[in-house]
Write a protein that binds this ligand. Structure first.
Ligand code: ZN
Length: 349
């Protein structure tokens, strides 16, 4: 191929390219035209090959011819791409404007968070047992959160329940409640016994968020005050409660001596593992028992703090964490998942 032949091959290629590009109706057609007229087997590639056989004088002209060809084809393709994209966008806009008869993508229907579901379920059980739901503020004062509950200043239980304290000017120092127990105090301060209440709600402690701990969590606790209440009433109430909670009449309860400043005597409450029936599994750490929370008879000092006569009235209380209960029941390993708002988690429960 000499210079003239190379030039005429490029001219023919350009004509062909113009025809192919201008009749293209899809972006994909342009990609194909680009391969055909600029790629390895294109007229440009053939002309480049031919240049090697030309004389030194002819080469610059041949090189310029190839460059002009490539620039012309590229310009044709770019111009057509702009046209086709404009058409596609206009069609899209038109479609959005007019396709009113088409169905939507569907809207996900929301539901209550798992913790709220469990809280309401527990409230239902307690109301069925004759209790009333009581609520209190999440921002508490020292008296209701600690002192009235037999936790004086410098009591070691305070450091175990460290929280956020706030003092504004000369106002009394307030704190984020470390448990739902101040609701017991508020209820007894404003009501005469007998009292049967259950207090669910959000609580706060100075914890670093990890798999098992969260600075914000939920508790629910139960308080009964009446004449002649004994630990037998406490145990019987808990047993009736856990059977409904796990919907299982064979679930057993275990009480072990424990200490809380506001109950005396106090006990740790555990239930036989509902997954392995006491044989040992991952959920119960192979002990056959699941610790649920704490319980005990109301300390006489608490009654004195709210103005009840401890000689006349007795009471019991028990409580536990809602996140912990949900983790046990659904085999959830991470307490963090409750607050991450991952849609997969929210949709599952
Ligand atoms: Zn088990």
């Amino acid at each position: 191929m000499n210079l003239a032949e190379a030039q005429s091959a490029l001219d023919a290629g350009l004509l062909e390219a113009r025809s192919a590009v201008e009749t293209a109706t899809l972006i994909d057609d342009l990609e194909e035209a680009s391969r055909q007229f600029l790629g390895k087997r294109s007229p440009a590639s053939a002309a480049n090959e031919a240049i090697k056989g030309l004389s030194a004088e002819e080469r610059p002209a041949a090189g310029q011819a190839v460059g002009a060809y490539r620039a012309a084809v590229t310009e044709l393709i770019d111009a057509r791409r702009g046209v086709l994209q404009g058409v596609a966008e206009a069609a899209g806009a038109e479609g959005e404007r007019l396709d009113l008869t088409l169905g939507g993508h569907g809207r996900m229907r929301g539901h209550l968070h798992l913790i709220t579901q469990i809280q309401r379920e527990l409230e239902d059980i307690f109301v069925g047992l004759g209790y009333r739901v009581a609520e209190g503020p999440e921002v508490e004062d020292d008296w209701h959160n600690f002192e009235a509950l037999n936790i004086p200043p410098a009591h070691p239980a305070r450091s175990m329940q460290d929280t956020i304290y706030v003092q504004l000017g000369n106002e009394e120092q307030v704190l984020l409640r470390t448990h739902t127990s101040p609701v017991q105090i508020r209820t007894m301060e404003t009501h005469e016994p007998p009292i049967y209440v259950v207090a669910p709600g959000r609580t706060y402690r100075n914890e670093t968020l990890d798999a098992r701990h969260s600075p914000v969590f939920h508790q629910i606790e139960c308080l009964a005050v009446d004449r002649n209440l004994t630990m037998a009433d406490l145990f019987g109430t808990i047993e009736a409660f856990v059977r409904q909670l796990f919907n299982n009449d064979s679930v057993r309860t275990r009480f072990r001596s424990d200490f809380f400043p506001y109950t005396e005597p106090s006990a740790e409450l555990a239930v036989s593992c509902v997954f392995c029936h006491g044989n040992g599994c991952r959920v119960c750490s192979h002990t056959g028992w699941i610790e649920l929370g704490g319980c005990g008879m109301v300390d006489p000092n608490v009654f004195v703090a709210v103005g009840y006569d401890p000689e006349e009235w007795q009471g019991f209380a028990f409580g536990f964490g809602l996140e912990r209960l949900a983790m046990i029941r659904y085999g959830i390993d991470e307490i963090r998942t409750f607050v991450e708002n991952d849609v997969r988690f929210l949709a599952r429960y």
